[in-house]
Design a protein around this ligand. Structure first.
Ligand SMILES: [Zn+2]
Length: 203
């Protein structure tokens, strides 16, 4: 039995094997994810390596959010932006405003309480939602309206904190406390060199 074209807030149980990834320099391409590991950026002039083991992967329920056309070089690829759901949150995701709990209902088809990992929203090739014959898969359910609205709010919050603050923002907020806060967020292995560079600037 074939399903229908996925729509917003519908839930599918899939393994997104082809999705868009972005290198640290901002090049975004669609990649086949057969194995977790390191992937070279598809931009020919770029030498960045993308660590795909950080990508949320495997068979999970995914909520359809938007459908888009992804432009990869000269091709347009049909994609869906999807939010993964997991019933087992790892410790670091607990309490995040972007891990939104959804109770199992007959409407959403989930078998236990799950967390929508809003910060893990990703762009997946639409073919991941089709079977071998090219027919759309059958959805497992759809999220309820209050959950949809709550996710919408949290998405806005998430994209806000992702936006790089403007120069004005830095001018208005610069303080020793902020400097310290940012410093504490640096990976341990570059703290020393970052600090030395600042001290060099001072001299
Ligand atoms: Zn790149």
């Amino acid at each position: 039995m074939a399903g229908q074209k996925p729509r917003q807030s519908w839930i599918y149980f899939i393994n997104p094997y082809r999705l868009s990834l972005r290198c640290k320099l901002g090049h975004t391409h669609i990649y086949d994810l057969n194995e977790p590991g390191e992937i070279s950026c598809k931009t020919t002039s770029c030498t960045q390596i993308i660590n795909s083991s950080r990508v949320f992967r495997g068979e999970h329920p995914y909520i359809i959010w938007t459908h888009d056309d992804f432009q990869d070089n000269f091709n347009y690829i049909k994609t869906f932006s999807v939010i993964p759901l997991t019933s087992s949150t790892i410790e670091r995701d607990k309490g995040l405003p972007t891990a939104y709990p959804i109770n199992a209902t007959s409407r959403n088809g989930l078998d236990k309480q799950s967390f929508a990992l809003i910060h893990q929203i990703c762009t997946v090739d639409a073919n991941c939602f089709k079977d071998k014959n090219g027919d759309w898969l059958v959805r497992i359910g759809q999220i309820d309206k209050p959950d949809k609205e709550a996710i919408d709010e949290r998405l806005k919050y998430f994209f806000n904190i992702q936006d790089k603050p403007s120069d004005d923002w830095f001018v208005n907020n610069a303080s020793p406390e902020l400097l310290e806060q940012v410093f504490n967020c640096l990976p341990d292995d570059i703290k020393q060199s970052a600090l030395e560079k600042l001290i060099d600037n001072l001299e």
